[in-house]
Design a protein around this ligand. Structure first.
Ligand code: CU
Length: 195
């Protein structure tokens, strides 16, 4: 009887597009799905924490016709280049953030933006921290979407996290680009409740 029963993936995608257009009612519905409902300029924002539980930055996601743009603003981070990826579980338990699982890889590819058999959907270019411990990082990817329901959705059932590593990612060595330890983590989407 009701037409609401037929709403599915396509209507979810439409909802996401509508919120980008500034529909505040829909924005509220969408933000609830993220761990941190706070917004910056209307975009979902997640807080980044280090191994001591200190907040060291924020991650903001926006989507447009070019893909999903991730912006990271951080401070109090160690100097140098660091691997950064979307990981497959939306949990960030310090100090080692092992609960975030491995790289988000719903398509079963190998690791690395420069790997001919890659990349993982969650692979991203390295993040650079300056001598003052701050970073201002922006990258655009087409391999993930924040929209729920898509196979490569950051809101898949396990949720997703953004993990920053101690070492630079070589972007070609499977499975993790020799990135070594995890120094910071943000829950992008929390795990969804089981059935
Ligand atoms: Cu990683």
């Amino acid at each position: 009887m009701g037409s609401g029963a037929s709403r599915g993936v396509s209507s979810a995608a439409l909802t996401f597009r509508a919120l980008l257009g500034g529909a505040s009612l829909l924005l509220g519905m969408y933000s609830v799905a993220f761990a941190q409902p706070a917004t910056q300029g209307g975009a979902p924002t997640a807080d980044i924490y280090d191994a001591n539980g200190q907040m060291v930055g924020t991650a903001t996601l926006t989507e447009d016709a070019n893909g999903v743009t991730l912006a990271v603003q951080g401070s109090g981070m160690p100097l140098g280049e660091h691997g950064i990826h979307f990981h497959e579980i939306g949990r960030c338990d310090p100090p080692n953030f092992a609960t975030a699982g491995e790289h988000f890889n719903p398509t079963g590819m190998e690791h690395g933006l420069q790997n001919p058999r890659g990349p993982h959907a969650g692979d991203l270019p390295n993040l650079t921290v300056g001598t003052d411990g701050t970073t201002s990082y922006t990258t655009t990817t087409t391999t993930v979407t924040p929209a729920p329901g898509a196979p490569n959705s950051l809101q898949w059932p396990n949720g997703t996290a953004l993990v920053i590593h101690s070492n630079a990612d070589d972007e070609k060595t499977n499975p993790a680009g020799n990135t070594d330890g995890r120094i910071a983590c943000a829950v992008i989407a929390p795990p969804q409740p089981g059935p």
